[in-house]
Write a protein that binds this ligand. Structure first.
Ligand code: GLC
Length: 567
């Protein structure tokens, strides 16, 4: 990184109070002793305990070690360690760079899929796709969630500028007035995606954004704002550049997102009530209610905000609300969403129609509603956060993203995190099979599929969102493996991906019980499949990279939870 940024950093340290926290012990994660880990990063989450203590500036130590390798075509990390870079890595970088989208000469994101049908289009002229093929739908856009693995790849490769551009561009879009018919969306809503329109004659670039008003099903993406906050922290952590998060614009952006999800209403639970299709699974798939994916991202975004919000008059109020919510949310999730052999057995024996505070079966779940598959699926060792919990409804499906993010954010206790990894090992064939990894397990079939998906032909059993296998999830699995000290699981999964991904043209998803078939309607050259692979590779080679996307266990959450358990 260049000198001005360093001096910028020093300036900030006099205003910002983000003390260094214990980085987790990376050495325990390594099963390859020859690997030398450089401890480069110093920005870390502010622990809850520190919030209540005096937040002195003196302990802010910025051991800033720049990793600027901009302009390199292959990642520097491969060269730094003793690993031989896999031939796929260079190809992946090339494809990732080809997916770059520019706005007025600056890279601002990556296109969702660079379909070869339109190969003759020069990079950046994505608007022309519309006429080239109707099939493109909205895959010619920059999706916020899809950009996350791209962003991490660029950050890990020492190229933070595109990430900064993206964060600022989407922040600008947040400021737009958002309407669906005659109804106005909350101010903080972030777009699901945006598209750059190039006018070659006038030589102008304009942006159109989709906040749900064009999306199939017209659902606003609840995950976008959370990913934005998580990415802002990853950028800050990776570059050591605190100035971006400190700007009044970013502070306001965070507060607006938080306003949307911290507002009080009729809720009796600390979890966030959502419509079907509001996240990565952006079609009707029975995830309405309190889907695990959103709850885990919510928890993570809250913790990331806590580390970045200033303690000025406006920020302070949010910090207090966040802390209260984190306590309630972690208690709720760890107690009611968690399932393992013991818990399943308890639910199986639940009494129903209990009233009052002493009720054990608080949500009045009828044991008969437990699906048969879960009894076979549940190993003696292992567990996971189930898909959804609401009155008389437990969705026992396992979802990859939510469980991995629960590990990364430390929503899962260390015991729960290990149990999730145990489940991966015990149910490898079901969850990983021949292509990592299933978006959810199991698929919904027959009558249930008709009712739950509304007969969606794209979501037939073991396809797409309905039990399909998504290579992008490899980066989340790898990060979770590193966090839990089990890199060998990630290594096994990456090897599987390497045997097919490039050859198959980086599909968006695979179909079938084992994920053996390229998805029926899967795009090729799906950017997040490419970036997800690269991020997984880079993290495994240099596990310190995972620090930008994982948060340490916060000790202060524990005693409060213990107390809650006892009433
Ligand atoms: C699909 C996915 C969604 C993704 C989009 C663009 O609709 O379900 O998660 O963001 O494609 O790749």
């Amino acid at each position: 990184m260049d000198a001005p940024k360093e001096s910028g950093l020093r300036n900030v340290s006099s205003v910002c109070s983000i003390p260094e926290m214990d980085d987790f012990d990376l050495t325990k994660l390594l099963d390859k002793p020859k690997l030398t880990i450089k401890r480069e990063r110093s920005f870390d989450e502010r622990s809850l305990s520190e919030m209540s203590l005096s937040r002195g500036l003196d302990n802010l130590e910025l051991a800033y070690s720049p990793g600027g390798r901009s302009g390199f075509d292959t990642p520097g990390s491969s060269a730094r360690n003793s690993f031989e870079p896999h031939p796929m890595v260079a190809e992946a970088w090339e494809s990732l760079r080809r997916s770059l989208v520019h706005f007025r000469g600056q890279p601002v994101g990556t296109i969702a899929a660079y379909d070869h049908a339109s190969e003759e289009q020069p990079v950046g002229t994505i608007a022309a796709y519309d006429h080239a093929s109707e099939e493109v739908l909205n895959y010619d856009q920059v999706f916020v969630r899809d950009f996350v693995p791209s962003a991490l790849a660029f950050l890990m490769n020492g190229e933070p500028d595109i990430v900064k551009n993206f964060l600022l561009k989407t922040l600008q879009l947040q400021g737009w007035e958002k309407r669906i018919d005659k109804f106005r969306l909350g101010e903080g809503a972030m777009p699901a995606s945006f598209k750059v329109l190039h006018d070659p004659e006038r030589k102008t670039d304009t942006i159109v954004a989709d906040f749900g008003e064009s999306a199939i099903g017209r659902v606003a993406p609840v995950d976008s704002g959370f990913w934005w906050i998580i990415l802002l922290r990853a950028y800050t952590k990776s570059t050591g550049d605190l100035t971006l998060a400190e700007t009044p614009e970013c502070q306001k952006g965070m507060r607006l997102i938080l306003t949307l999800c911290l507002s009080e209403g009729f809720d009796t639970f600390p979890t966030l009530l959502c419509a079907d299709g509001c996240s990565m699974i952006d079609r009707r798939m029975g995830i309405y209610g309190y889907p695990i994916e959103i709850q885990a991202l919510f928890f993570m975004a809250l913790r990331c905000s806590l580390s970045m919000l200033k303690h000025d008059t406006e920020g302070k109020e949010f910090v207090e609300r966040i802390m209260k919510r984190l306590h309630a949310l972690s208690f709720h999730m760890r107690s009611y969403f968690w399932i393992d052999f013991q818990q399943l057995n308890d639910i199986y024996r639940y009494k129903t129609e209990e009233y009052s505070h002493t009720a054990v079966n608080k949500f009045n779940v009828i044991p008969d509603s437990i699906p048969d598959w879960v009894f076979d699926f549940m190993p003696t060792r292992g567990g996971y956060f189930i898909g959804n919990v609401s009155p008389a409804r437990m969705d026992f499906r396992w979802f990859a993203l939510g469980n991995c993010v629960a590990i990364l954010s430390s929503l899962a206790t260390p015991e729960q995190a290990s149990a999730i990894m145990d489940l991966f090992e015990a149910r490898w064939e079901e969850l990983v099979g021949e292509m990592p990894i299933k978006i959810c397990y199991p698929a919904i079939e027959s009558h249930e599929w008709r009712i739950v998906t509304g007969c969606d032909p794209k979501n037939t059993r073991w396809s797409y969102h309905n039990g399909g296998s998504w290579p992008v999830l490899l980066w989340l699995l790898t990060a979770a493996c590193i966090k839990t000290g089990r890199p060998q699981i990630a290594r096994r999964a990456i090897e599987l991906a390497e045997s097919r991904l490039l050859k198959d043209g980086w599909p968006e998803y695979y179909d079938g019980k084992l994920g053996r078939y390229i998805g029926k309607q899967a795009r090729k050259y799906q950017t997040w499949s490419i970036a997800g692979y690269l991020v997984a590779k880079m993290m495994l080679e240099d596990p310190s990279h995972s620090g930008m996307i994982s948060l340490e266990d916060d000790r202060q959450l524990k005693p409060i939870i213990k107390r809650s358990y006892s009433f």
